[in-house]
Design a protein around this ligand. Structure first.
Ligand code: MTE
Ligand code: MO
Length: 201
């Protein structure tokens, strides 16, 4: 007889909404940074959209606050395995910034870059259609510096390494150009529902 306590012989039902291979981090929100948390004050913060756009634009903190506010409520998924359910981020939809800068028809990808130099590449299609935000609030409070405050990118339908903290800008390109983790073996797109963790997945 198998006396292993608690062993029922079948896998525990995964929580609905949990992508394959992920676990629910509960109330924890781990900090994952390749760099030391920089001291970027709102007064120093700028966000630029450049590259293959009709009108390169730079917004400062006040300028970004003049844009219509938009929120994300939902889940986030880190490639190291944790997922966090029901987070609330407040900021501005990336569509609003892109509509102002007007991507050229040749623009297919973007490199998102941080005030620290960290980068991540994304297909432009993953940054439009109400699926990406520049956020400055978490749970109604200013975003903490270790989580990318004063403002970060959030692209919740992709693994969270794409959500660049201390976001400084987007450069639009006509090709895919690997970012920091993508140059180190991670997947170009990073869709958690297809477990696109590493290049070749
Ligand atoms: N600038 C910058 N952005 C970053 C990272 C980083 O190291 N530097 N790490 C990425 C990774 S791997 C994850 S999982 C999330 C972590 O965000 P958090 O520390 O707020 O949980 O930020 C992403 N954005
Ligand atoms: Mo991550």
């Amino acid at each position: 007889m198998n006396t292993t306590r608690g062993f029922t012989g079948r896998p525990r039902a995964a929580r609905p909404g949990l992508p394959p291979g992920q676990y629910d981090a509960g109330d924890d929100w781990p900090v994952l940074s390749a760099e030391v948390t920089p001291d970027v004050s709102p007064a120093d913060w700028t966000f630029r959209v450049s590259g293959l756009v009709a009108e390169p634009r730079t917004w400062d903190w006040a300028g970004a606050h003049r844009l219509p506010a938009s929120a994300y409520s939902g889940d986030i998924h880190c490639v190291t395995g944790w997922s966090k359910f029901g987070v609330r981020f407040g900021g501005v939809s990336l569509d609003t910034f892109l509509e102002a800068a007007r991507p050229l028809p040749s623009a297919t990808h973007a490199v998102a870059y941080s005030h620290t130099g960290y980068t991540a590449n994304l297909p432009l299609a993953d940054l439009t259609g109400g699926r990406a935000w520049i956020v400055r609030e978490y749970d109604g409070q200013p975003l903490a510096p270790e989580h990318g405050g004063p403002a970060r990118l959030v692209v919740p339908h992709l693994y969270f390494w794409k959500s660049v903290k201390w976001i400084a800008g987007l450069e639009l390109l006509d090709h895919d150009e690997p970012g920091f983790w993508e140059q180190n073996g991670y997947h170009a797109r990073g869709n958690p529902w297809e477990e696109q963790r590493y290049s070749g997945d």
